[in-house]
Ligand binder design. Structure first.
Ligand SMILES: [Fe+2]
Ligand SMILES: [Fe+2]
Length: 359
């Protein structure tokens, strides 16, 4: 284990596993993580990664005197449908929507592999101050790679992509999975680059920061989605494997914490520094992170508040095989959780600022 003053780690260290006694095996597939001598689940690649992130966070707070960046808690809208609505559908024999929602979570987790492809320009070309011994300096030194492996699996080892599929198959007794779930999701992701907010920084720098902010937003919003899934899948009244399926979701949730923490650390480190434009003029890192975050949160809220409820209701109407669909929808709607975004996020008019499709 590293001591608290260690701030520089090799890629091998960032990717190193805590020793475990037993692997996590799901439906014959060895997954990441494992169980220690006390039978507790230990997340993958956390032996050095977790203490490293803690050390970088402590250093950031001590040297900058500022708190760590976060996606404000009051912007996190409740999951649609909520647990009561999802359970109501399952109790009513309407299972296809839940099959799709869990499949979509698995697919989006798999997209996490893309983070390893994100180009990181040399830090000294766009950050004025030193970055030695920071999370930023380790993005390409294991942090992005560990994140990609956690989400999408690595080599023969399953990751969240496979674990969500397994949770779905256990809880809903191996449902038939339509290939159209994948193609629909890809189609919804849309194409095209969002317009630049800071063209003077150059596209690669803005893309890097935008990507990190958007992935952090997805991770933070996903926490409410995953809590929702755990609540539904652990209920023996509606889940065919309340222990196994809910445990898998619990393991996944514990693996997510390092993702949130390293991203907010790296973004905090940018916030506390001065960025350099293409012609070497200074720009406040704080402003860049804040503006890109506000746009990402707005896009996330637009998707969760405007687009998702419509899609959810359409999907139920399309797939429910019940006598009185209007009555089903009436009862479903009556269980909804009313929620209004904070005043500063009330205007959700469409704008060009794509965020990856989240949850
Ligand atoms: Fe994940
Ligand atoms: Fe994650």
């Amino acid at each position: 284990m590293p001591d608290e003053s260690q701030l520089t780690f090799s890629t091998e260290q960032i990717l190193a596993n805590v020793p475990t006694r037993e692997p996590l095996v799901v439906k014959g597939v060895k997954c990441h993580g494992g169980f220690d001598a006390d039978g507790n689940y230990r997340s993958p690649r956390t032996q050095f990664r977790v203490p490293a992130i803690k050390a970088w966070q402590a250093q950031h707070v001590a040297t900058s005197g500022t708190a760590l960046f976060e996606i404000p808690a009051d912007t996190i809208s409740p999951q649609v449908p909520n647990p009561a609505q999802a359970k109501f559908l399952l109790r009513s024999g309407v299972r296809e929507p839940m099959v799709r929602w869990l499949s979509e979570i698995a697919i989006v987790e798999g997209f996490g592999a893309m983070i390893r492809e994100l180009p990181v320009p040399p830090l000294s070309t766009f950050i004025r101050e030193d970055t030695a011994g920071t999370a930023l300096a380790h993005l390409t030194g294991g942090l992005f790679e560990a994140h990609a492996r956690d989400e999408a699996g690595w080599s023969e080892e399953g990751g969240h992509r496979q674990m969500w599929d397994a949770a779905r198959d256990a809880a809903l007794s191996n449902p038939v999975i339509s290939p159209e779930i994948y193609t629909n999701l890809i189609a919804r992701r849309g194409a095209g680059q969002p317009s630049a907010l800071f063209p003077e920084l150059g596209e690669p720098v803005e893309r890097l920061i935008r990507f990190m902010v958007n992935v952090l937003a997805i991770e933070v919003f996903a926490a409410s989605t995953f809590a929702w899934a755990e609540e539904v899948l652990s209920d023996p009244e509606v889940s065919d494997a309340p222990d196994d399926a809910a445990n898998l979701v619990r393991y996944i949730r514990s693996d997510e914490s390092p993702h949130v923490e390293y991203l907010r650390t790296a973004l905090s480190e940018i916030q506390a520094r001065t960025l350099l434009t293409l012609d070497a003029k200074p720009v406040s890192g704080g402003k860049v992170v804040e503006d890109l975050a506000a746009r990402g949160i707005r896009a996330m809220l637009r998707q969760r508040l405007n687009e998702r409820p419509v899609m959810v209701r359409d999907l139920i109407r399309k797939t429910a095989n019940v006598k009185d669909i209007d009555e089903l929808m009436r009862q479903f709607d009556a269980l909804a959780t009313p929620w209004t975004p904070p005043a500063r996020y009330r205007d959700l008019a469409p704008e060009r600022g794509a965020v990856p499709v989240g949850y």
